[in-house]
Design a protein around this ligand. Structure first.
Ligand SMILES: NC(=O)c1ccc[n+]([C@@H]2O[C@H](COP(=O)([O-])OP(=O)(O)OC[C@H]3O[C@@H](n4cnc5c(N)ncnc54)[C@H](O)[C@@H]3O)[C@@H](O)[C@H]2O)c1
Ligand SMILES: [Zn+2]
Ligand SMILES: [Zn+2]
Length: 392
């Protein structure tokens, strides 16, 4: 089959690879009809390179049709249309029973002391072949895949694999209350959906922050007030807009590659280029994140407010303003999305309407063969790119 493989820093290629096969009786093989590129894939393209091996199949946002089933999968039939959550969870263990699907104790990657395995996401997360491919082996298919109705385009349901529940969880973890004010830092695909999720969860005001004009413009169309990162001190502006107090909640939908710290940018780039045995400790033991968005969130949020991190961070000794965090009495929540925890609620809302604006989030539909160009475009945010969907 054809699949997108990681080959090195900033180097992905579509290649011929062996077709996946059923290995465990709880596996399924899914023929992919649509697969998206995520901001998390951009970390693989750069910072997380030391955890990949040339030839790894990447991608974790995909949907398609069930092609083949292991003997113990009775909840699906061949031919079903399914979306597959990017977190691989068993549905039965202690963590899964508590809705903490991204911490599944059956698929945890103990070698690296990490949570649940993820599709297409480095050795830290199980090195499971990903979804930017014609076919995917889906482990724990007796629990994971979400059946979706026929009749609507893939884009209506595709984002249930990751970014829609991620945005929903980011807002839910931000303790949004009816009428409260939420700032969303980063208006990439996750931030765009978070704007709508915040409105849907009852926020009175949503303020979005980014530096890319078309991303700011789309958020404004969705009903958010917006701040351009280029216009100066974001935390100060957020306080000015909220009687000096700061927003009740701040969602960081940016993560470790935030714009705004050239020195950290150079250090990250250097760490990613070191030989593997040196690069991994540099990333795990050193603070390698660009913390601009996170520090803005902590500075801006009102006293007693909540900061929720959807953006991914990786460093172990990143400097944190603990005095401010303590003095302001901030609550912080974070983590990989517990996808299935939110599936039923979200799917119900998607069946006959589009409350989250998923139908027009995709700016570029391209064949899988164009994935290398698509990664570059999404990383550079060129050609008005907000979200890319690839068709194998
Ligand atoms: N927690 C999870 O389960 C989960 C799931 C999916 C994605 N993510 C993470 O969410 C983050 C966003 O993903 P995405 O797909 O929207 O990616 P993206 O890279 O397109 O979006 C990030 C946006 O932040 C903006 N930005 C950069 N620096 C900023 C700053 N200092 N202040 C405000 N905005 C800034 C960029 O211009 C960009 O629009 C990534 O870190 C990704 O890894 C987490
Ligand atoms: Zn993703
Ligand atoms: Zn589990």
């Amino acid at each position: 089959m054809r699949a997108l493989t990681w080959q090195g820093l900033g180097d992905v290629r579509v290649e011929e690879v062996p077709d996946p096969r059923i290995v465990d009786p709880t596996d399924a093989i899914v023929r992919v009809t649509s697969t998206a590129i995520c901001g998390s894939d951009l970390h693989l393209y750069g910072v997380l390179a030391p955890y990949l091996t040339p030839g790894d199949i990447i991608g974790h946002e995909f949907m398609g049709v069930v092609q083949e089933l292991g003997a113990n999968v009775s909840n699906l039939s061949v031919g079903d249309r399914v979306v597959v959550p990017f977190t691989i969870s068993c549905g039965k263990c202690w963590m899964c029973q508590r809705g903490l699907f991204s911490q599944c104790e059956t698929t945890q990657v103990r070698e690296y002391d990490k949570g649940a395995s993820l599709f297409g996401y480095t050795s830290l997360y199980g090195q499971v072949p990903g979804g930017q491919a014609e076919y995917v082996r889906v482990p724990h298919a007796d629990f994971g895949p979400i059946k979706v109705p026929e009749g609507l385009p893939d884009e209506r349901f595709l984002f249930l694999s990751d970014i829609l529940p991620t945005a929903w969880q980011g807002v839910a973890y931000a303790d949004v209350e009816p009428g409260s004010t939420v700032a969303i830092l980063g208006l990439g695909p996750v931030g765009q959906l978070a704007v709508r999720c915040a409105q849907e969860q009852g926020a009175g005001r949503v303020i979005g922050v980014d530096l890319v004009p078309e991303r700011l413009e789309r958020a404004r169309r969705l009903g958010a007030e917006v701040i351009d990162l280029g216009d100066g001190d974001v935390a100060h502006t957020l306080k000015e807009m909220t009687q000096g107090r700061g927003p009740d909640s701040v969602v960081d939908a940016v993560g470790m590659e935030a714009h705004g710290n050239p020195v950290a940018k150079r250090i990250i780039a250097m760490a990613s280029r070191l030989p593997k045995p040196l690069a991994q400790p540099a990333i795990e033991k050193a603070g390698i994140d660009r913390l601009d968005a996170l520090h803005t969130a902590i500075d801006a949020v009102r006293r007693g407010g909540t900061v929720s991190l959807s953006g991914v961070y990786g460093g172990a000794i990143d400097p944190m303003p603990l005095m401010t965090m303590f003095d302001k009495g901030i609550t912080m929540r974070m983590g990989q999305c517990n996808v299935k925890r939110w599936t039923a609620d979200l799917l119900e809302k998607l069946v006959d309407s589009d409350p989250f604006g998923v139908d027009d989030l995709t700016t570029h539909h391209l064949p899988l063969e164009k994935a290398p160009e698509a990664y570059k475009m999404f990383q550079e945010k060129s050609d008005g790119c907000i979200k890319v969907v690839l068709t194998p």
